[in-house]
Design a protein around this ligand. Structure first.
Ligand code: UVW
Length: 317
């Protein structure tokens, strides 16, 4: 145990959106994205350039995952060799085909977290009892988010370029004030109901350092303050997308608590978190054309009771 405060005490006065969209809500701040936001986002499409933000599953160079999770394992079930023996499957006309399967953590690649993914104090998003998570998320699973889909105006905040470094450092933090300064430097306005996409390029170190990457694991990211949480609430941010494994500094340097913002933003405000996005091609393009706002669309997989899902978000400029 550590001297870190309990989240119940730390976030006692933190803003909450519980009940705002009804007692049955399971998509939280994604309610801020309606037809008006979709149409406005579509008006940003001008060049027709398309970017996909998913990292490769089964990357030969390795898949970065949260400590304790393991990368997806893909197994070949059928291939041309399956027809070598006498007991090969036989189909009229001589059909052969390839089949495979994966054994994967639902949060082991580019992913959407369900709102019921994290909690403290025995309650998940919207006040549902945390015991509804036993054996699978009966409430606030990934399914309602997958059914709704996520479409809106998104803004890339390239914190690594803004700070003039190839990647942010382990445990390096930034605040909402830093996000605003980055947006100003990039010449883009952050608006209410924007999807915020933050680049750190930190996972480049996973590929450079190998196993050493996990020594003293503490990712860079947003750091909790009451003001930052209030800013997210006031800005009605529906979705936070980053290229790190867990979207925020892993251990808050001010109090030692793990993943404070998962709780303050996801559990309490209903902000959906998207992690391990690959922002490299998009960021290079934004640096070149100076356009940091774009149409964003994503639909996680409809996994019954799931606490998250792989996703391949699409950006169109
Ligand atoms: C945890 O919440 C532990 O991980 P993540 O949100 O990165 O899936």
């Amino acid at each position: 145990m550590t001297d870190a405060p309990d989240l119940t005490d730390l976030l006692a006065d933190s803003p909450s959106n519980w009940g705002k969209w009804g007692d049955d809500d399971e998509v939280g701040a994604l309610n801020y994205l309606g037809p008006e936001q979709v149409v406005a986002a579509a008006s940003l499409i001008s060049s027709g350039k398309v970017f996909t933000l998913q990292r490769l599953i089964g990357d030969p160079k390795g898949d970065p995952v949260w400590p304790g999770r393991t990368p997806a394992e893909r197994t070949q079930i059928l291939d041309e060799s399956s027809w070598d023996g006498d007991d090969a499957p036989a189909f009229p006309g001589g059909l052969h085909y390839a089949d495979d399967k994966i054994n994967a953590f639902l949060q082991g690649s580019t992913q959407y977290d369900a709102l019921g993914h994290v909690w403290y104090g025995g309650q998940i998003w919207n006040g549902y009892d945390a015991r509804t998570t036993i054996g699978g998320l009966d409430k606030a699973s990934i399914q309602p988010i997958a059914e709704k889909g996520v479409v809106g105006r998104a803004v890339l905040l390239d914190m690594a370029r803004f700070r003039g470094k190839p990647t942010l450092d382990a445990a390096e933090t930034y605040t909402h004030e830093d996000l605003l300064a980055c947006a100003e430097a990039q010449g883009v306005e952050l608006r209410k109901r924007d999807i915020i996409v933050i680049r750190t390029n930190y996972l480049q170190l996973f590929f450079e350092l190998g196993d050493k990457f996990y020594e003293g694991f503490c990712e860079p990211g947003l750091v909790y303050s009451p003001e930052l949480v209030q800013w997210f609430a006031d800005m009605e941010i529906p979705n936070l997308v980053t290229d790190t494994i867990a979207n925020e500094v892993t251990f808050d340097p001010n109090n030692g608590v793990a993943l404070v913002l998962h709780n303050a933003l996801m559990r309490n405000l209903g902000v959906t978190l998207t992690e391990i996005a690959d922002l490299e091609q998009l960021a290079a393009d934004c640096a070149e054309d100076g356009v940091y706002e774009f149409f964003y669309a994503a639909a996680p997989l409809k996994v019954a009771l799931g606490s998250g899902s792989p996703v391949n978000p699409i950006v169109i400029k």
